[in-house]
Design a protein around this ligand. Structure first.
Ligand code: CTP
Length: 405
């Protein structure tokens, strides 16, 4: 994905500047053409020669050094780049850019470019949380700059908290995805707001016991990843899983069906496409215990009550949203799925026969049949969940195009 892409790395003056060397090397190894601009402070941490050797290009540090009189270096660079990545981005560069200041080679180039700008902040946790810094980041996000979030952990200053520069591998992956997203600008999902639920729910009995189910969340996470790569703005509301959330996707963690209901309802109005792949509990204990319930002689009967059917509620509330449900069945798959499509006012239902080997909740593969409200039926034979997710989203896009939604 990065082959022949023209990338400018802006290195600013933080201790994490040394990691920008690894980033340069990885991008060059991935086939990108890399040019580096360093701020004066950055040169206090790492020498320009390091970046020159790794990028095999001259390093820019001063707006007023113009080696080629036929060109103006910062405009030339601004126009040359397919993307800018500022790593590490200090509080200072964030503040300057948020306010449109241009007083050195990096800031003048950034103001002159039309290419997308990505920023990977790194700083002390208290600086990171400083209202002025947060405000500036917010402003930049509103201006269309994307942030590659800092990680939490041990910081060079001795504090533990959020502020570590994202690892070079993470930044490379983020950039790869960003290029895929911009190549997919023609996708029907580009710019759409997609809300996806995934995973099981946990229904509490007491502080040590709960009901749950076998859902791994893999199908929902795969859908979130592919929807993101197709250019959508994706929020994933997930029950407890062991999977790393896909990069670039906003993640909201929930436990119970009731939590999931609230998080979904809150966002539904602003959503274009809602995919309900979570395995939501249909029942929860009617009574929960604040203290651990001690075992007692004899059996124990637990009364269960119905949870809210989130999908049915969304079907009732739905206006222009495209609503997609899942049906996990062990028999009469088609009949049951079509019944749910109708009853819950869905646009699309993805049915899987969970009694089949290689389909359903736990594994890495799935096998589904997709039914749409306008009468289309599409079978996806057994494949990795990411591939199945790709096919599901293609069918959703095709449905949206047919129905102009
Ligand atoms: N679902 C939901 N809220 C619930 C239960 C299910 O939103 N309380 C959603 C699931 O996310 C899924 C769809 O409903 O998209 C179908 O779930 P499934 O368990 O297959 O079916 P149910 O509607 O619960 O019906 P049944 O138990 O009769 O199969």
């Amino acid at each position: 994905m990065l082959k022949d892409k023209k990338i400018v790395i802006g290195v600013t003056g933080g201790i994490a500047a040394f990691k920008a060397a690894a980033l340069t090397s990885k991008l060059v190894q991935a086939g990108a053409h890399v040019k580096v601009i360093m701020t004066e402070s950055a040169t206090e941490f790492v020498t320009p020669l390091t970046f020159q050797a790794l990028s095999r290009e001259p390093v820019y540090t001063n707006t007023f050094i113009e080696p080629d009189p036929t060109k103006i270096a910062h405009i030339e660079l601004a126009d040359w780049a397919d993307a800018f990545i500022i790593a590490p981005a200090t509080a200072n560069i964030i503040g300057k850019l948020a306010n449109g200041l241009a007083d050195d080679m990096l800031t003048t180039t950034l103001l002159a470019t039309k290419a997308p700008i990505y920023m990977a902040p790194a700083m002390n946790v208290n600086m990171y949380n400083q209202p002025a810094v947060q405000r500036n980041m917010q402003q930049l996000m509103e201006d269309g700059i994307q942030f590659i979030d800092a990680n939490a952990g041990y910081l060079a200053c001795g504090w533990i908290g959020k502020g570590r520069l994202a690892e070079p591998e993470e930044i490379v992956e983020y950039l790869e995805q960003a290029f895929i997203r911009s190549d997919n600008k023609g996708s029907h999902l580009a710019g759409k707001s997609v809300l996806i639920t995934a995973g099981p729910t946990q229904e509490k009995i007491d502080p040590v016991r709960y009901f749950t189910n076998h859902s791994s969340g893999k199908m929902g996470y795969a859908l979130a990843k592919i929807a993101y790569l197709r250019g959508a703005d994706v929020t994933l509301i997930t029950g407890p899983t062991n999977i790393e959330p896909p990069l670039g996707v906003k993640v909201v963690q929930v436990l119970s069906a009731q939590d999931m209901y609230q998080e979904v309802i809150e966002r539904f109005e602003q959503t274009d496409i809602m995919i309900k792949s979570a395995a939501v509990a249909d029942y929860r204990p009617a009574e929960t215990f604040e203290q651990k319930r001690k075992k007692q002689p004899g059996d124990w009967s637990l009364q269960l009550e119905r949870t809210q059917d989130i999908l049915a509620k969304l079907g009732a509330l739905k206006q222009d949203q495209v609503l997609i449900g899942f049906a996990a069945e062990t028999n009469n798959v088609e009949e049951n799925a079509l019944g749910k499509l109708e009853r819950k006012h869905l646009d699309v239902i993805v049915a899987n026969d969970i009694s089949q080997e290689g389909a359903g909740f736990k594994g890495d593969t799935n096998e589904v049949v997709i039914f749409t409200k306008d009468g289309h039926r599409f079978e996806v034979p057994q494949a990795q969940k990411v591939e199945v997710a790709d096919k599901i989203l293609t069918e959703i896009e095709a449905y949206m195009k047919r129905n102009q939604s």
